[in-house]
Design a protein around this ligand. Structure first.
Ligand SMILES: [Zn+2]
Length: 206
């Protein structure tokens, strides 16, 4: 057995329950059948899990996959855990999912994978089963939402820039106009602008 993470060292009651349930729902026999067909080598894993390495087929495309209590890899588990230290923890959670869903696991997993692909163009990022098993632990990328109106935001920003430039040009033009008017103004006649000092009195007699 390869070196495993501390959380896999303790075998608790829940792991015995998982072991029994996955035998009863036939997922573990199914996993063993796949391992035998893929000519994988079986060994005892932690918490009642069975490790199958050296699997000869390239499908499914994954560094490891789990069916019932059987964790299968085309590589070997020393290399697998060296690359993904939490990889077995991730696969053990898939084993628990098999105990919950039994034969429904595969169709539900496939559906969840399809939805994830449609929304994120990634088969795992929004796949509920992979999210529950731990995306980081499984070496998957997290989904990062892109701003949906980024194009509109860019258009709005360039429009704001253009408006600011236009306003600035207007201010410059206004300043220039004032300066030109000041330069070309005729000298004013002070008399014409001053009001008469004495009020006009009507001297007519009635
Ligand atoms: Zn996984």
């Amino acid at each position: 057995m390869p070196a495993v993470e501390p959380q896999l060292l303790e075998t608790r009651k829940i792991h015995y329950v998982r072991l029994v349930v996955n035998w009863i729902n036939l997922s573990t026999p199914f996993g063993l059948l796949i391992s035998v067909i893929g000519r994988a080598k079986l060994s005892k894993g932690p918490q009642g899990l069975i490790l199958a390495d050296g699997y000869k087929f390239s499908f499914p495309i994954a560094s490891a996959f789990t069916v019932g209590n059987v964790i299968i890899t085309a590589s070997n588990f020393t290399r697998f855990t060296a690359r993904l230290p939490q990889g077995l923890v991730h696969e053990a959670r898939h084993s628990t999912q098999w105990a919950f869903f039994g034969p429904l696991f595969l169709p539900l997993y496939t559906l969840s994978m399809g939805i994830s692909w449609l929304w994120s163009r990634d088969r795992a990022a929004l796949n509920l089963f992979e999210m529950h098993a731990g995306l980081d632990d499984g070496g998957y990328k997290r989904f990062v939402r892109k701003p949906r109106n980024s194009k509109r935001a860019q258009e709005r920003a360039s429009l704001t820039d253009a408006t600011t430039q236009l306003a600035h040009s207007g201010q410059v033009a206004s300043t220039l106009r004032t300066e030109v008017e000041t330069m070309t103004q005729e000298p004013t006649n002070p008399e014409s602008t001053n009001p008469p000092s004495t009020p006009v009195t009507d001297h007519r007699c009635d």
